[in-house]
Design a protein around this ligand. Structure first.
Ligand code: MOS
Length: 724
């Protein structure tokens, strides 16, 4: 039996707060943690499947052009080689993000260096890898492919453009103004687990174990790519070793494994090398961003301009949504926002952790720091003065808004000195020491989701949904929601995820996973409670469940009459989505030291204060924030994709050359959660948490570099050569 909840208005009933079990919000360790750290959790490539052969992708060595011939005979005689699959369908291109259709391309066309073009299948991985390297391919290259965003005339994304009032006039009348241009480099998702898939026929059904974030969407993509009806495909992703956007859509390894398994009638495994993951999955676009801020004597914004240039391949629909939070973060009557895309032949640009805000916020918050200095106003105070009462462009109310609290509580906990600020005031040996801060903001999204919850007479429950756990804690929080609602210890709730045979939902992406799938579980549990209440003759709100017992002396087994009871929850965001602007807010504070002689910057300490609705598990929520702040350190100081200007290929394509922060780069971080209930954000009053921790944090570090040593930098990452 399915129970449907379409949310059209705020849900103020606070059901999760009134329960007896008291497990919601508790900092419970991840239930799959032990399996992961002991190596017993199987990742996509690790399923032992009898007779499985190995596929390795061959990739293009030209930037743009046509494939004239793939000479299969060049490798078919090599040891162990079984087949070369050059089916044009395997080149789907990495998925573009959330709901965009990947455009079809002509089968024999190459549009970036490193693009997968064929799959070589052999008995062993080494044989397949060797043969893939030796596969002879004849190309007709097209010269002159534009490789850099400044080489082409960009296309305006008209849906993003906002023009309100007269920004130029506001700038000329302003008591204080800022007109600066920031740049950010491309980023890689760099998930630990490389992209991998095993495809196998099971009767007339194709089962694919893959590493994916959004199975409900991925099954349609895959079925489409291989011309099979969706009912014949089963996707399984029980454990995912990080996604960060790179596994939102199916990519070539999954499609290639499926096609090869169909053609060879054998199970086929395809694992991308680390270099292939970097070179052909997707990149975050580099950006160039002009910020114009006009303010009155008191630092109140009268004009706000944010114009960004990003890039992607011709025909791709994704454009890094740089302005996403700029639309509503600060009030100003005169506004101009514009996003442009340059069509160039670097690998596909797509969603990488916190698409948009991850790079938009560091630029905006860097510009705000310049304004604070020019206006002689404390940076925290400047932000407080510019918090709008409602969305300044659309006039919508905010569903909830904790920016001011985060700024104040964060400043207090950090020990922020709101006295007059001047750079180069503090030196310890060869290090200049400074502090900086920035606001955080990230839009909140939810999606339609279904989950089945079965309550069993033995006092356990089973939760089933195709939702994934990409390391974020889904297994744990869904057990907590069901445990709280049904009066069970979460240890007695078995959560079964990552299988398209289960009721489906929006998966993990855009920080919507917990609030969407959590709401489906909540709806199912509420329906179970109603049935139980009915059976014992009370109203649902009076039904007292705790520790596997029904208050009033009934055992669960009695009330269930020995039979399991199941309900499917179907949650759908309704009209409410158009009535509010919903976002997570926060504040970052950083202390940084900069070496006088080498220009090296080190983060000494960093604090983030965040308000993002109900916290379902204080440990997993905090861990998400820690991960986000760590990404902020990477974005500020080290992470940058470098492309060869001759052919556009990605040069630094592994973790030795693409520098993510390591333990030595990350000091003790402090996270403050400003708890709130957001009854409009979702039925469980939770908002997105995952990505907020990196939406602005890089600016707190950049602003601290300026405060430390006086170098005002406008280009991220702020590497030593730029500091000096
Ligand atoms: Mo996220 S970049 O939507 O996984």
């Amino acid at each position: 039996m399915t129970v449907h909840l379409k949310q059209d208005e705020p849900d103020t009933s606070n059901r999760l707060d009134g329960m007896k079990q008291g497990v919601i919000g508790q900092p419970i360790s991840r239930v799959e943690g032990l399996a992961k750290v002991t190596g017993t959790a199987p990742y996509a490539a690790e399923y032992p499947i009898e007779g499985c052969v190995e596929g390795v992708l061959a990739t293009a060595t030209i930037t743009r052009g046509e494939i004239l011939k793939i000479d299969k005979d060049s490798v078919l005689g090599m040891p162990g080689v079984i087949a070369v699959i050059d089916d044009p369908r395997l080149t789907t291109r990495a998925a573009q993000g959330t709901a965009n259709e990947a455009p079809q391309q002509s089968p024999r066309t190459v549009c970036y260096w490193g693009q997968p073009i064929a799959l070589v299948v052999a008995e062993t991985f080494e044989q397949a890898r060797d043969a893939a390297k030796h596969l002879a391919v004849e190309y007709r290259p097209h010269d002159g492919a534009p490789l850099s965003p400044d080489a082409v005339e960009p296309e305006e994304q008209e849906d993003e453009t906002v023009r309100q009032g007269d920004l130029v006039h506001a700038m000329s009348e302003a008591a204080h103004s800022v007109d600066v241009t920031f740049t950010t480099k491309g980023h890689a998702s760099a998930a630990m687990e490389p992209h991998a898939a095993i495809a196998q026929w099971d009767g007339d059904q194709l089962t694919v174990h893959a590493s994916l974030q959004m199975l409900n969407y991925n099954i349609s993509e895959l079925a489409d790519a291989i011309d099979l009806p969706e009912e014949k495909v089963r996707l399984v992703s029980r454990f995912v070793g990080g996604g960060f956007g790179s596994k939102l859509g199916v990519s070539e390894e999954t499609v290639a494994a499926a096609i090869a398994a169909m053609q060879l009638e054998r199970p086929v495994r395809v694992v991308m090398s680390r270099q292939q993951v970097f070179q052909c999955i997707m990149r975050r676009s580099e950006t160039t961003q002009r910020l114009r801020l006009a303010a009155d004597q008191k630092g109140r914004l009268t004009g706000f301009g944010h114009e960004a240039l990003v890039s992607n391949l011709p025909g791709e629909t994704f454009a890094e949504p740089v302005l996403q939070s700029s639309h509503f973060l600060y009030a100003a009557q005169n506004r101009k926002l514009m996003l442009e895309v340059a069509r160039i032949h670097r690998m596909t640009a797509g969603s990488v952790r916190a698409p948009g805000e991850a790079v938009g916020m560091p630029a905006l918050e860097g510009a705000m720091d310049v304004l604070a200095e020019r206006a002689g106003i404390d940076p925290v105070e400047l932000r407080l003065r510019n918090i709008p009462k409602e969305n300044p462009e659309e006039g919508l109310p905010f569903s909830s808004h904790k920016l001011a609290e985060c700024l104040r509580e964060g400043a207090e906990a950090f020990g922020w000195d709101s006295g007059p600020r001047k750079p180069r005031q503090k030196r310890k040996g060869e290090w200049w020491v400074g502090t900086g801060m920035a606001s955080a903001a990230r839009v909140h999204n939810v999606g339609e989701a279904k989950a089945r919850v079965t309550l069993k007479p033995d006092g356990t429950a089973l939760v089933e949904t195709d939702m994934t756990d990409i390391g974020t804690g889904t297994y744990t929080i869904l057990a907590q929601i069901a445990g709280e609602m049904l009066g069970l210890d979460p240890e007695n709730v078995l959560v079964d995820l990552g299988d398209t045979r289960h009721p489906r939902g929006p998966g993990s992406g855009g920080s919507w996973g917990a609030s969407s799938s959590g709401s489906a579980v909540y709806v199912a549990c509420k329906a179970l409670r109603e049935e139980l209440a009915d059976r014992v003759g009370v109203t649902e709100t009076k039904l007292d469940l705790a520790d596997g017992k029904v208050a009033g002396g009934h055992s669960l087994a009695q009330v269930l009459a020995g039979e399991p009871l199941a309900r499917e929850g179907h949650y759908e965001p309704g009209a409410i989505a158009d009535d509010f602007t919903a976002a997570g807010f926060g504040a970052f504070f950083a202390q940084v030291r900069v070496n006088h002689f080498t220009g090296e910057s080190r983060v000494d300490r960093m604090l983030g204060a965040f308000g993002f609705g109900r916290v379902l598990n204080r440990k997993t929520a905090r861990s998400q924030c820690l991960g986000g702040i760590t990404w902020s350190i990477g974005a500020a100081l080290t992470e940058a994709l470098e492309f060869d200007p001759r052919d556009g290929h990605l040069v630094n394509c592994d973790l030795a050359e693409y520098h993510v922060p390591v333990h030595r780069d990350v000091p003790d971080l402090e996270v403050i959660m400003v708890e709130e209930r957001d009854p409009a954000a979702s039925p469980i009053q939770a908002k997105g948490i995952g990505e907020l921790g990196m939406c602005g944090g890089a600016a707190a570090i950049g602003n601290a570099i300026y405060n430390a040593c006086g170098a005002r930098l406008f280009d991220y990452p702020m590497t030593p050569d730029r500091v000096l």
